[in-house]
Design a binder for this molecule. Structure first.
Ligand code: ME8
Length: 492
């Protein structure tokens, strides 16, 4: 059982922002879930360091480009630590292993590559060629400025892949998710594909194209190749094939076309296995406005984590909106989530049940459940199976919804069963009620573990649960000694 998940590799032209943290945390959640579920996982992230945009940013900073890449790439590594990414690899496109891998990929495309000359518009910000008819008021559709370019270039015969791609989408209806995005891609391909310029000759910050003196690769070829480099291409083709077959590329919606059209065409041409799915996520605005340096509302992930804690941010990003849609990041909305969902619902449940268990001298396990406790017990034991179905669709928001259903059910159960009264009147009933509640808290802790690893870790620690595998959920407690809990989300 092998599973691979990737984030986009980030351009090192600027500092990391919440958009980068978002894609990375999404991939991290998927990776952690699969590991808990017993899968062998490869989770890769990294930095995209070639191309005009990066070269120009280095120049503007008055720095040598290699040095500039070292400094900025490190900031992305640091972000990874701050948001607790569990990545197995961090790839830089300037690494030797990647240069070798990209050059090998290029060689394998040879039958579909020809030399010609390119003349047209290029957007350095998007690192993308813009067809004349797509210009809007002389700019790229993204609003980025374009510049005229004329040079000798190698082309990839993308036009030859139109029918094969359409057939592939048809046969693999879940290749592109969410479904609305799939329709966009299909109509783009149906409208006709042009051959793609894949080398630059008037510019040299890139990987030299093999057998093409004076040419470096178009940055997107080199960038997309990162996914197979990380899996060991070209040495370890077997691993590349096995992992790619069950690989999810998490990407932002604006780079879907590169991943869902160009990348599969390159892989088909090179005779490599296509990934299982490209999942396109939406964009965050900040306090109702597009994030922009000039407005000064760019959310700095490290700052916000310092202010509110990591787990609340990880929770908020996937609870506030459906994964795939756009959302608005506002501190008020975040505070509401912390106060209601985290402190009131989750924090209180754990606190009141485990404190009560302490008060009566520990849990006296009793699994002879009756009609009162059985539904809660069944829901707890069935939680992971429900999450599995949702996580396989990358429905992260749905998964949190499911976990919170169990949290609400558990809280209602406490209110209804009133353990503090049972302690005086019916001790054996109390044992049943508390056993069922500890079962639900343990299942909840496993459910939230991929999303909020620190919080889950605290609950596991209170309950002396190892917390390494979902299989632990199916093992009955045996009169455990728990530790006294402390509030998970203390109110300021
Ligand atoms: O595109 N909200 O790199 P990049 C959500 N190097 N996500 C956002 C966002 C926002 N406001 N702003 C940006 C590249 N992003 C290429 C990828 S992969 C082979 C090469 C996301 O540094 C955006 O959607 O521009 C994209 O997925 C990532 O951050 C940006 O990356």
């Amino acid at each position: 059982m092998k599973f691979c998940v990737t984030t986009p590799i980030y351009y090192v032209n600027g500092d990391p922002h919440i958009g980068h943290a978002y894609a990375s945390i999404a991939a991290d959640i998927l990776a952690r879930f699969k590991r808990l579920d017993g899968w062998e996982v490869h989770f890769c992230t990294g930095t995209d360091e070639h191309g005009i945009k990066v070269a120009r940013s280095a120049e503007a900073a008055g720095m040598d480009v290699n040095k500039f890449c070292d400094v900025t790439s490190q900031k992305f590594r640091d972000l990874g630590k701050a948001i607790k990414l569990s990545n197995d690899d961090f790839i830089r496109t300037t690494e030797e292993r990647h240069i070798a891998s990209s050059r090998e990929l290029w060689r394998r495309l040879a039958k579909d590559v020809y030399k010609d000359s390119y003349s047209g518009w290029y957007s350095a910000r998007d690192e993308e060629y813009v067809p004349e008819e797509d210009l809007v008021d002389g700019k790229a559709p993204s609003g980025a400025p374009v510049e005229w370019m004329e040079e000798e270039s190698y082309f990839f015969r993308l036009s030859a892949y139109q029918d094969r791609l359409l057939e592939f989408y048809e046969k693999n209806p879940d290749f592109i998710a969410p479904a609305s995005r799939r329709n966009e891609v299909v109509s783009f391909v149906k409208s006709g594909l042009r051959d793609l310029s894949i080398s630059r000759s008037k510019f040299d910050w890139g990987i030299p194209s093999p057998d093409a003196p004076g040419h470096v690769m178009y940055v997107w070829i080199d960038a997309l190749a990162n996914y197979v480099t990380s899996l060991g291409f070209p040495e370890n083709i077997e691993r590349v094939s096995e992992m790619m077959a069950n690989c999810i590329h998490v990407v932002g919606k604006e780079i879907l076309r590169f991943h869902a059209v160009y990348w599969p065409a390159f892989l088909m041409s090179a005779g490599l296995t296509l990934p299982k799915r490209i999942f396109a996520h939406g964009w965050w605005t900040s306090e109702g406005q597009k994030m922009s340096k000039s407005i000064g509302n760019v959310v700095d992930p490290q700052e916000i984590v310092e202010k509110y804690g990591l787990d609340p941010i990880r929770y908020f990003l996937f609870r506030e909106i459906r994964f795939g849609e756009d959302g608005d990041f506002s501190e008020n909305a975040l505070r509401r989530r912390i106060s209601y969902d985290l402190a009131n619902d989750l924090g209180n449940l754990v606190q009141r049940v485990l404190t009560f268990v302490q008060k009566i001298g520990g849990l006296r396990v009793n699994y002879d459940f009756g009609a009162d406790e059985r539904p809660l017990f069944d829901d707890s034991r069935n939680l992971v199976e429900k999450l599995r179905v949702l996580m396989d669709k990358q429905d992260l928001n749905g998964a949190l919804g499911e976990i919170w259903r169990l949290i609400s059910f558990s809280n209602r159960f406490v209110d209804h069963m009133k353990p503090w009264e049972l302690a005086k009147t019916n001790e054996s009933k109390l044992d049943l009620v508390l056993t069922a509640l500890c079962e639900s808290i343990r299942a909840i802790a496993f459910g939230i573990a991929p999303f909020m690893p620190d919080t889950a870790g605290k609950i596991f620690d209170f309950m002396n649960v190892e917390g390494k595998s979902f299989r632990e959920i199916n093992v009955n407690f045996t009169n455990p000694t728990f530790k006294p809990p402390f509030p998970l989300f203390p109110k300021e």
